[in-house]
Design a protein around this ligand. Structure first.
Ligand code: ATR
Length: 305
């Protein structure tokens, strides 16, 4: 269906994802499919980078005129301090998962580096967050759920859990239940939400009546032997209509299997990964992302791995 990409040449431009660990990442498969579908002479790579080397890696990519970068665990917070400029999305959600390199000549306006065939005089890094929007897009798409007015149990208050809870509050949910192994982190997220979205009711306990959604934002489920992120003595899956697990590998965590057996609508985090990546490619290319090609490559990569 697609033309094969041109062979790599001295003109080829690069994007990359930086993380630690990184070998499991499905982003290169997804992004290279998107890049090929757009007919761009770009490639998307993956590099394992230690947090102490993140600044050097970003500056190195900038010096080599990369188009942009994605950042994954554990770099998203650290990058807030390292980029030259923060987009509103990165400021609002307090994390950077996408960097676009931009250049300018003299006093001209900053433009994406893709628009320069020769290196501009000055280059800067511009940080964005595409994760938060992707969470609600993924949930709406896979679970056919109206978040406005919904009651949601969020498991986890680390980086992903915090962003998810804040984004759900901004999407107009009626009530949030926040559970985390370390209660002080859930408390801090609750405080933030109460200040920013006072209309949203926030509880730091399990719900006692039927809810619309359970969202797993903990890392429990990545390993087969992990215990459930949900305490079954405190909450039964019979009490929710739907379950979304941000984990996508394994494709069906124990939580999702139990949700399916309990008759809930259930989905893994693949749609979230797709939408954060699609938005990043739009930020770099200035064109609508070829979602179908990216989705297909992602599904193939994750389900055949
Ligand atoms: P991420 O950026 O993916 O959210 P993180 O900030 O390290 O990564 O958060 C991991 C989440 O999984 C946290 O909610 C963490 O709970 P703590 O805040 O108490 O650390 C949760 N988590 C990790 N391992 C866990 C375990 N064994 N039991 C319960 N929760 C766990």
């Amino acid at each position: 269906m697609f033309e094969p990409p041109e062979p790599i040449s001295a003109r080829t431009r690069f994007c990359a994802v930086l993380g630690q660990p990184i070998k499991h990442s499905a982003s290169p498969a997804m992004q290279n499919a998107g890049i090929a579908a757009l007919g761009l002479d770009w490639r998307y790579l993956a590099f394992e980078v230690r947090p102490s080397d993140l600044n050097g890696a970003i500056l190195g990519a900038q010096a080599m005129h990369f188009i942009g970068l994605n950042l994954t665990v554990p770099h998203k917070l650290l990058a807030l301090e390292l980029v030259d400029m923060l987009d509103e999305s990165a400021r609002t959600w307090g994390a950077v998962n996408t960097i676009r390199f931009e250049g300018r000549e003299g006093e001209q306006a900053w433009r994406p580096l893709r628009e320069f065939s020769d290196a501009p005089l000055e280059i800067r890094s511009h940080g964005f967050n595409t994760d938060a929007d992707a969470i609600v897009q993924g949930i709406a798409e896979d679970l056919d759920l109206e978040l406005r007015g919904a009651r949601v149990l969020v498991l986890g208050a680390g980086g992903a859990g915090r962003t998810a809870a804040l984004k759900l509050a901004s999407a107009g949910v009626r009530e949030l239940f926040l559970i985390n192994r370390t209660p002080s982190k859930a408390q801090a997220v609750a405080d933030e939400i109460r200040q920013l979205w006072p209309a949203v009711k926030v509880s730091l306990d399990y719900p006692t009546s039927k809810i619309d959604l359970v969202l797993n934002a903990t890392s429990l489920g990545l390993k087969r032997e992990d215990p459930s992120p949900l305490d079954p003595s405190r909450f039964s899956l019979q009490e929710t209509a739907a379950v979304y697990d941000m984990i996508y590998r394994p494709a069906e965590t124990t939580l999702l299997k139990r949700a399916r057996q309990a008759g809930c609508r259930a989905a893994n985090g693949l749609s979230m990964l797709l939408h954060q990546g699609a938005r990043a490619l739009e930020i770099w290319s200035g064109q609508p992302a070829p979602i179908a090609a990216m989705r297909e490559a992602l599904w193939q990569n994750v389900n055949n791995a």
